[in-house]
Design a protein around this ligand. Structure first.
Ligand SMILES: [Zn+2]
Length: 719
């Protein structure tokens, strides 16, 4: 094909705001110059330009090289990246009806555009030629990783398959899309169309008047006036259970939740699950993988399902013992009340919450009085970044922002040079989606000579005009967490955007952010920022001790139900095609779930999984979703807790420790094996023990109790 193409393919030029880099400092977007009408043309042009750039790579008469193929591909789509970064930042944090409409219009086009590159056979032929020659090439570690990721990403999409296999994958994808949609609709119906009816007000004793009124209204809406109805919520446990005094009513509500979609009532998703598992296993086999998890986990830190399973199994002995210990404690509480029964799942939170309230009578409003937002950020988060990494910050007001409540700072590195730009968007508003997140307006890249421009978005309820802006402890923690992501972005030191900063695996990316939560309660940091808004006094140690001790309470259940759900996910994802095909009746679906949970060894009848297979939307309601990925939450927590232990063992909040963490982890982006990265930092493999201790599952109940009664700080923060 090369001989015919001697002329270079013309690359069209873009027009409008996004055609060129911003001229503002750090190339940060000039929000005063962007209008909503800029987006569609910029997306269309951005895609057209990238198409031409891809065509130019393919048509290049020179033989494929790393530079003319892999780097050229990496460099393509610059305008598209520019508009997408701004557009998707705003649809998340400051959207409008018009932006939402544009999103609906453009998203399928972007997906199709992406597929047209990843599945382009001529492009893949060039990528493969470079990859096959890799042993003969001299490359930096980062070059080698870019080559590997590019090649494997295309292979993962199906580039190496035969035409017939590709057709089968397409058919499976389309069937999966149908079956998972059906699952999601049925699971939703099982929740929304299955309110639980009660005959009398006495059944609902303990609920608030407004809850009872809502139950009366819901029953009337469902054609049963005079009765009461409670709507099911997503998880196995139901939020109203703890308040309900009538034990039979509790059992009825719980059982309705537990059996909502397993055929005991109108809805049955079991054969859909069997179908999904079979299709996924077959798809994985077409790619030469043993099971769906092996296929789906190709770019994860854990990589193999056995690694994730082994990790979960390691936690079982301590977790099972904790579940039994907590059950015994709850049985005592039941007996003390004169109850003549043993605790069941529908009783659990009623008694756990009572004990928790007695032991840790935390007044959250009183806690908030020590957390003033600008102090949390500037004297807490920034102070921590100064002590650990030598960073300094300067507030600026000269840059245009997308909303008046957004604060901007220049971040200076340890040598005083400019490191990047930070946007802080703290407040809840109707144009913002829920939760908290971090991302980049500009990615760090040596190839483009760009420094990171990073934003943190939170949803802190805004104080009324003229009042001091106080923050709950949860939001304080989240502020440290999101800034941990920001540091991962600021310390990026990569040539290529696609490996830069937080561009890391799903079961790794939450790790650096979680680690930084540890400094929120570090004594010297606390005493710098947690000062009462009226008196200026530092938050009392007992208050922090209570917060931390309360976090260890009831983990046999809270943590256990998550571990069980993660295990179920992995078991369904680790089936061979034959094993999946053998689960061909609803009864066998039940039996597989039961056997998987039993084999784990947890107290599954006392603590059922957070989601049963039959309503596990995360893993069954879209073609891939979080399937073979629910474990990630636990995995990053292990890395996080083990790293906190390392900091504690090595003297805590010091520049030496910060610089070491920066050098080994925060500056590495996605350029190397994550286990190697962790070992470079900690000098050993990750260990699950600190996580179990942090959850109060090991090192005993005595320790957990004494922390409260004597007011001492928990061991991890004692120094
Ligand atoms: Zn996060």
């Amino acid at each position: 094909m090369a001989e015919a193409n001697t002329e270079t393919t013309a690359i069209p030029a873009g027009t409008g705001y996004f055609a060129a880099d911003s001229t503002l400092p750090f190339k940060t977007p000039d929000f005063s110059q962007i209008s909503e009408e800029d987006y569609i043309p910029a997306f269309e042009q951005g895609m057209a330009i990238q198409k031409a750039e891809i065509a130019a790579i393919i048509d290049n008469p020179a033989p494929p090289t790393f530079e003319n193929t892999i780097v050229a591909l990496e460099k393509s789509g610059r305008m598209l990246g520019r508009v997408a970064r701004v557009f998707f930042a705003l649809t998340g944090s400051n959207t409008t009806d018009r932006l939402d409409d544009i999103n609906t219009e453009i998203s399928p086009k972007l997906t199709a555009h992406g597929d047209s590159i990843t599945l382009n056979p001529e492009l893949f032929a060039r990528v493969k030629a470079v990859y096959d020659n890799r042993a003969a090439m001299t490359m930096t570690r980062e070059d080698a990783k870019l080559l590997e990721d590019t090649y494997k990403g295309m292979v993962h999409a199906g580039a190496l398959l035969t035409e017939a296999q590709r057709e089968r994958v397409k058919a499976i994808n389309s069937e999966l899309s149908t079956v998972t949609t059906e699952f999601s609709q049925l699971a939703r119906a099982a929740m929304n169309d299955n309110p639980v009816f009660f005959d009398s007000r006495e059944d609902l004793a303990g609920l608030s008047d407004s809850d009872i009124q809502a139950a009366a209204d819901l029953a009337a809406e469902n054609g049963q006036p005079g009765k009461f109805a409670i709507a099911l919520q997503n998880t196995t446990q139901q939020p109203l259970l703890p308040s309900m005094e009538n034990r039979a009513a509790r059992e009825k509500l719980f059982m309705a939740s537990y059996h909502r979609a397993d055929g005991r009532m109108d809805v049955d998703t079991r054969m859909l699950i069997a179908k999904i598992a079979t299709l996924r296993a077959e798809k994985a086999a077409l790619f030469g993988e043993a099971d769906w998890a092996s296929y789906a986990m190709w770019d994860r830190m854990a990589e193999k399902p056995a690694t994730a399973l082994g990790f979960m199994e390691q936690m079982v002995p301590a977790l099972a013992a904790t579940q039994r210990r907590e059950a015994a404690m709850l049985n005592e509480a039941i007996a003390a009340e004169g109850g003549d029964y043993e605790v069941k799942p529908w009783d659990w939170y009623r008694y756990a919450n009572k004990i928790k309230a007695e032991r840790y009578d935390l007044d959250e409003d009183a806690v908030m009085e020590y957390f003033v937002l600008d102090k949390v950020l500037e004297d807490g988060v920034f102070h921590m970044a100064g002590k650990l990494y030598g960073l300094t910050f300067q507030r600026r007001t000269d840059l245009p922002v997308y909303h008046p409540d957004v604060w901007t700072y220049t971040v200076f590195d340890r040598d005083g040079s400019e490191l990047g730009l930070f946007y802080f968007d703290p407040f809840q508003r109707s144009s913002k989606r829920g939760g908290a997140w971090m991302s980049n307006f500009v990615d760090q890249s040596h190839l483009w000579g760009t420094k990171p421009v990073i934003y943190n978005v939170l949803n802190i309820p805004k104080a009324p005009e003229g009042e001091v802006q106080l923050v709950s402890f949860d939001w304080v923690n989240t502020t440290f967490h999101e800034f941990g992501h920001a540091l991962h972005g600021f310390f990026a030191n990569q040539k290529y955007e696609s490996l830069s900063g937080t561009a890391t695996a799903r079961d790794f990316v939450e790790y650096p952010s979680q680690v930084h939560e540890m400094w929120a309660t570090w004594p010297s940091v606390l005493s710098n920022y947690a000062k009462h808004y009226k008196t200026g006094e530092t938050i009392p140690d007992e208050m922090i001790a209570k917060i931390e001790a309360a976090a260890k309470f009831n983990q046999g259940y809270d943590f256990g139900e998550v571990v069980e759900a993660a295990l179920l996910d992995m078991k369904w994802s680790a089936l061979s095609p034959e094993e999946a095909a053998a689960i061909d009746t609803p009864e066998k679906v039940d039996a597989f779930e039961r056997r998987s949970l039993e084999e784990l060894g947890l107290e599954i009848d006392l603590v059922p999984p957070r989601y049963r297979s039959t309503y596990f939307n995360h893993i069954f309601s879209s073609p891939s979703g979080y399937s073979a990925g629910y474990y990630s939450y636990l995995w990053t927590e292990m890395l996080d807790r083990d790293s906190r232990q390392w900091f504690i063992d090595n003297g805590g909040l010091t520049r030496a420790n910060g610089d070491h963490y920066r050098a080994t982890v925060l500056s590495q982006g996605g350029t190397m094996d994550y286990f190697k990265m962790f070992e470079n930092f900690a000098g050993r493999k990750p260990d699950v023990t600190p996580m179990l201790a942090a959850r109060g599952l090991i090192a005993g109940e005595e320790a957990a109790d004494s922390e409260v009664s004597d007011g001492a700080l928990p061991a991890e923060n004692a120094q």
